[in-house]
Design a binder for this molecule. Structure first.
Ligand code: PMP
Length: 380
């Protein structure tokens, strides 16, 4: 039985063929690391790294290129940003739809005297921007928001939150895990101070690499949480003050750099608007189909507006984990069940602790994939 991969919210699959091809080319033919030696292969790798930063800047309407920091992944970028910025006595505002990549570091910081307010979203996972404004206090130093929910696909009005943050002079950081590569995300017009993204989801690259884009003024207020060699300023035992070295200690994931650079080239060629239209069409098809199945309910928005292609279903009266297992075993449909590392989001949506069965598609998903999933949901 041919399987249908509908777990793109966890990680996208397949990848554009040039991604594994460029990674293999690096490992087989290039081999050199970046930012250290100066022979030809090392310089060639350095150029690929620079092209990756330039592509990130174009994709997210961001600059300067020095502030497109490469990270080992989105969780690392979010940790770097939270722990590098918040100090005891600082207050932070988050939504009730955050992933544990934000909540766990924040809970750890809370033990050191950081406080936070969790702004309650509605039962569809939607944040009311005015509630963010109401949560701001004189000691609020940061607002952090999951742009798109990895549970319900709900997309927040980041522009409205950005406008509030700008008015109050509070830095605004977006977790772009579920929107990067799926929707246009404009760093500048959203008024962001930081945007953290994984390379392996909508950006179609490999895992083990991500990016943290930092507004220069905000970057100056961040303290590195990890230190080490950078291949620069080697006469000093202090991490350099300049970017991006300040936040990129250690030998980077060069195969990942090659893979993500190739993935972003593909995405640029395809166009994020085109990807978004494809996602929307598949979402509409799935939601239309699910509406006629009385044994399931959609968790989160049941229209295409205000969401990405991540749909959680609840099978009332059934064990959702058993349903997901049967979907795979009997129909070859690959989903993800459980709480999706986001207990707060599930509490908001009323699905804690039972969890949901999550279906998520991407650029390489087809109408046939959606139809096979619907058939399976109907029959299971
Ligand atoms: N935030 C959200 C909204 C996510 O969906 C994820 C991944 N599930 C993360 C953060 C963490 O990203 P990663 O696991 O790639 O570090």
């Amino acid at each position: 039985m041919e399987t249908v991969y509908l777990d793109n919210a966890a990680t996208s699959f397949p990848k554009p063929p040039q991604v594994p091809r460029q990674m293999a080319r690096y490992l087989e033919e290039v081999g050199a690391t970046v930012n250290r030696s100066v022979y030809g292969a090392a310089q060639a790798a350095g150029m690929v790294e620079l092209r990756l930063r330039q592509r990130l800047c174009r994709l997210f309407h961001f600059g300067p290129v020095t502030h497109a920091v490469l990270t080992p992944g989105n969780t690392w970028g979010l940790n770097l940003m939270l722990a590098g910025f918040l100090r005891p006595g600082d207050h932070c505002v988050v939504s009730s739809m955050e992933h544990n990549a934000v909540m766990r570091p924040l809970q750890a910081l809370a033990k050191q005297g950081v406080t936070f307010t969790r702004v309650q979203c509605d039962a569809l996972g939607r944040l009311e921007p005015k509630d963010v404004e109401r949560a701001l206090r004189p000691d609020t130093r940061l607002v952090v928001l999951a742009h798109g929910s990895n549970v319900s696909g709900t997309v927040q009005d980041a522009a409205a939150v950005g406008e509030i943050c700008r008015r109050y002079g509070v830095p605004f950081c977006l977790d772009g895990a579920q929107t990067a590569g799926h929707l246009p995300v404009d760093f500048t017009s959203l008024g962001l101070s930081a945007l953290s993204v994984p390379g392996h989801k909508g950006l179609l690259g490999p895992s083990g690499i991500g990016a943290l884009l930092l507004d220069p003024a905000f970057a100056q207020r961040l303290t590195p949480t990890v230190s080490g060699g950078t291949g620069s300023a080697s006469d000093s035992e202090e991490i350099p003050a300049y970017m991006p070295d300040r936040f990129e200690p250690g030998t980077p994931n060069v195969p990942g750099i090659y893979g993500l650079e190739a993935a972003l080239a593909f995405l640029e060629e395809t166009g994020v608007e085109t990807v978004a239209a494809h996602d929307r069409a598949l979402t509409a098809r799935f939601l239309d189909g699910v509406r006629s199945i009385p044994t399931v309910s959609v968790i989160g928005p049941d229209a295409v507006e205000g969401r990405v292609g991540v749909v959680s279903l609840d099978f009332p009266g059934r064990d959702n984990a058993e349903v997901a297992e049967a979907l795979e075993r009997e129909y070859g449909i690959l989903t993800r069940c459980g709480l999706h590392c986001a207990p707060s989001a599930h509490k908001t949506l009323g699905t804690f602790p039972r969890g949901t069965v999550r279906f998520s598609w991407g650029w390489f998903s087809t109408e046939n994939d959606i139809d096979r999933a619907l058939e399976a949901v109907r029959a299971v």
